[in-house]
Design a protein around this ligand. Sequence first.
Ligand SMILES: [Zn+2]
Length: 134
Amino acid sequence: MKDFLYRFFQGRYGAYGTDRMTKVLVVLAVIFLALSFITPLSILYYVAFIMLFYCYFRMFSKNIPARYKENEFFVKHTDKVIGFFIGIKEKFTGHKAYHIYKCPGCGQKIRIPRGKGKVAIRCPKCGREFVKRT
Ligand SMILES: [Zn+2]
């Protein structure tokens, strides 16, 4: 069974883990589903369904460069919004859950969770690795 799953996922986008776009879509779909039950906005049920369907489509897609670009585009255009929500959460919890590091190779900003000790960070843009204390 494990072998079957491995072969099934091989060469598909989902084999490389979940990206930001998938995570956000799943969270939004769950929120929309909940809202469709507690509010008269039943249309949200269908929106949530389409979102989940799209997540599956992306996971099983073999066009990895296209999915990768899609996520890049998504991150680029939602980073401020998501950063805003993370900022609210940090205000409530009183501590910063993340620290922003700059890649020494290309200057790309990378968000790393705090309190993990010494970690090797791999830049998603240029692939350069560097070690930081978190
Ligand atoms: Zn870099």
